[in-house]
Design a binder for this molecule. Structure first.
Ligand code: 4G0
Length: 226
């Protein structure tokens, strides 16, 4: 899977991409991420990527020229899907991440300022995506979140733990609580059933706990249709 990221802050990406699972995925050749500096695609001598909004109002708006040209150049003849990271986009969920993981090539545009010229969304973007209902300084952190969530769904990126784990989100249930050694930590003991050796009893307890925890922490999930 190829990710091309278009940004005005390309340095943000390195430390995140060069650690843990994302690093391993790239080393194994399962994922390739290229970060492109939007300013390199500007045509004016001041390398401007933004301008004042027509009709007045506060703040700056991303100008179309550099983004149009960057996407055209990066896309070439590929059938890449062009995604804009934007607070008014479609919410990123495990389900959407799974759909995105079916693509061979994604181009991610990181928005900035108070927004972007609407012609970008109309003519260049296939899908605007949001990581949640809050506003950030730029689309860079959302792009990293998307790359992380999608990369771990690509076959061969995670170990054998993967498929089981994702299913729990699809069931709209939280995970059951987990414990590790010591069984008695400073007087705080783990549930007895986990030491019982009764696999069926443990399975039942975990199922009950998953439901109890979901009702307690995320009751909204229980009312969601599958
Ligand atoms: C485009 C995404 C980009 C428009 C981007 C802001 C949060 C998210 C940006 C705006 C972002 C998210 C109209 C404020 C950059 N913030 N929730 N900031 N406007 O995914």
């Amino acid at each position: 899977m190829k990710f091309d990221v278009i940004t005005i802050f390309s340095e943000i990406f390195k430390p995140v991409l060069n650690e843990s699972i994302l690093k391993r995925a790239q080393d194994k050749g399962k994922v390739k991420v290229t970060v492109h500096d939007l300013r390199k695609f500007t045509e004016d001598k001041h390398r401007k990527v933004d301008d004042r909004p027509f009709g007045g109002g506060p703040g700056m708006v991303m100008t179309p020229q550099p983004i149009f040209d960057a996407v055209k150049k990066i896309k070439g003849k590929s059938k890449a899907k062009v995604i804009l990271m934007c607070p008014s986009g479609k919410p990123l969920t495990q389900k959407l991440a799974k759909q995105l993981a079916k693509n061979k090539h994604l181009i991610l545009i990181c928005g900035h300022y108070e927004g972007y010229d609407e012609r970008i969304r109309e003519r260049v973007v296939d899908e605007a995506i949001s990581i949640g209902d809050y506003v950030l300084t730029g689309g860079e952190l959302p792009a990293l979140v998307l790359i992380d969530s999608v990369s771990r769904l690509i076959p061969g990126v995670l170990g054998r733990e993967s498929s089981l784990e994702d299913e729990s989100f699809e069931r709209n249930l939280l995970e059951y609580p987990q414990y590790t050694r010591p069984a008695n930590f400073r007087g705080i003991k783990i549930p007895n059933v986990l030491l019982s050796g009764h696999h069926l009893a443990i399975k039942k307890w975990r199922e009950d706990q998953a439901y109890i925890r979901t009702k307690k922490y995320r009751p909204d999930l229980l009312n969601k249709k599958q």
